[in-house]
Design a protein around this ligand. Structure first.
Ligand code: NDP
Length: 335
């Protein structure tokens, strides 16, 4: 059983030395447990927080412990009444090949679920994050202008496409010409601005002649600073992520200028952690599953994965994601 453990806590950007590949015995399921063999592992920005021991909404990974992560696995042995050999399940089993589970927190993929890895992305946690943040907090109305950064990623690509379905004008923000072209040509956004261009703020302003009604916050940093002066009266900001700061980049925004804008423009800023929506909003989860799987089947949503082969390549891929090297939802296909 190969697994990747946290070797040390990074300061700043993680490096390969912060991870260690280990080999252990394959665990043996006891009565009431199943043995899972991972086929797909999800790599997500929140894992950077788990590598740190700073207080957060979730406990950190201990040094020497397996890195946290969601995976889609096959049941290879079952001593549990509700699971059968061959079932595919999604569970937070971490960066490893084999794990035992008592079934709690494991979700069986329904029969006929075409692409198992989608349970880690568009039909899983990032998808529900996009849906709940945009629909519940953003409250999009036709004709409004929506801005979303990390626009080609797992969350951002869905936020923008759902906003288009709701009749909004959508401006993406992404790193580089290739991602921006994809956002417009494939995802159907009205425009997409490269946050690395020297005149980013001016380009964003030109792309939002009627201001911004919803800013779906995924990154923070310079993108947020450029957004603030463009926010309209009654604008909404679902605060989903601040990836520009996860490696310790300073938050230098002028808080008093922001609060002035919040007051004069009656702006709503609402942070959210998707875990709460899983626990508290089953009806919204059902609506998400219904709507997004339907839109996918109808061809109204595009979904792009960035597939990395082999567990041993997970650390490098994860490090790259925090620098924007992934193009689409980052998943690892286990050998
Ligand atoms: P993505 O697939 O979007 O990958 C991360 C992307 O972030 C990179 O590809 C890069 O895109 C962008 N990025 C990285 N650094 C910067 C930077 N300094 N400035 C601007 N953009 C940057 O990841 P996800 O879709 O999984 O996650 C997107 C956001 O959603 C993250 O902030 C994540 O933490 C958050 N999230 C929050 C949840 C919640 O419960 N609140 C749940 C799930 C996700 P580019 O090259 O285009 O800049």
């Amino acid at each position: 059983n190969r697994r990747i453990v946290l070797a040390s806590r990074p300061s700043g950007a993680p490096t390969a030395a912060d991870f260690r590949l280990e080999e252990t015995a394959v665990p043996v399921p006891e009565e009431g447990q199943v043995l899972l063999r991972a086929e797909w592992l999800s790599l997500d920005p929140y894992m950077r927080g788990r590598m740190s021991d700073a207080p957060s909404y979730a406990p950190s990974v201990d040094i020497g412990a397996v890195m946290t992560g969601g995976a889609v696995s096959r049941v290879v042995a079952s001593r549990h009444a509700d699971f059968h050999e061959g079932d595919m399940v999604m569970a937070y089993t971490g960066w490893q090949e084999y794990a035992v589970s008592d079934g709690s927190g494991a979700t069986r993929l329904p029969a006929g679920f075409d692409h198992p890895s989608h349970a880690l992305g568009v039909l899983g946690m990032p998808g529900y994050t996009a849906y709940s943040g945009l629909i519940d907090i953003g409250q999009p109305r036709a004709g409004e202008t929506v801005v979303v950064a990390a626009a080609t990623g797992a969350v951002g690509s869905l936020v923008g496409q759902i906003a288009k379905i709701k009749g909004c004008r959508v401006i993406g923000v992404a790193g580089g010409a290739q991602k921006c072209e994809y956002a417009v040509k494939e995802l159907g956004f009205d425009a997409c601005i490269d946050h690395r261009s020297a005149d980013f703020s001016a380009q964003l302003k030109a792309a939002c002649p009627k201001g911004i009604d919803i800013y779906f916050e995924n990154v923070g940093g310079a993108v947020f600073d450029a957004v603030v002066p463009l926010l309209n009266v009654h604008a909404r900001i679902p605060v989903c992520g601040l990836i520009a700061h996860y490696n310790g980049g300073r938050i230098e925004s002028d808080a008093s200028a922001l609060l002035r804008r919040v007051l004069t423009h009656r702006i709503q800023i609402q942070g959210f952690i998707i875990f709460d929506y899983y626990v508290n909003r089953p009806e919204l989860l059902a609506a998400f599953n219904h709507d997004v799987s339907g839109w996918l089947k109808e061809g109204r949503l595009r979904y792009r994965e960035d597939v990395v082969q082999g567990l041993e390549n997970a650390p490098q891929a994860f490090i790259g994601m925090l620098e924007g090297k992934n193009f689409g939802k980052l998943v690892v296909k286990l050998d």
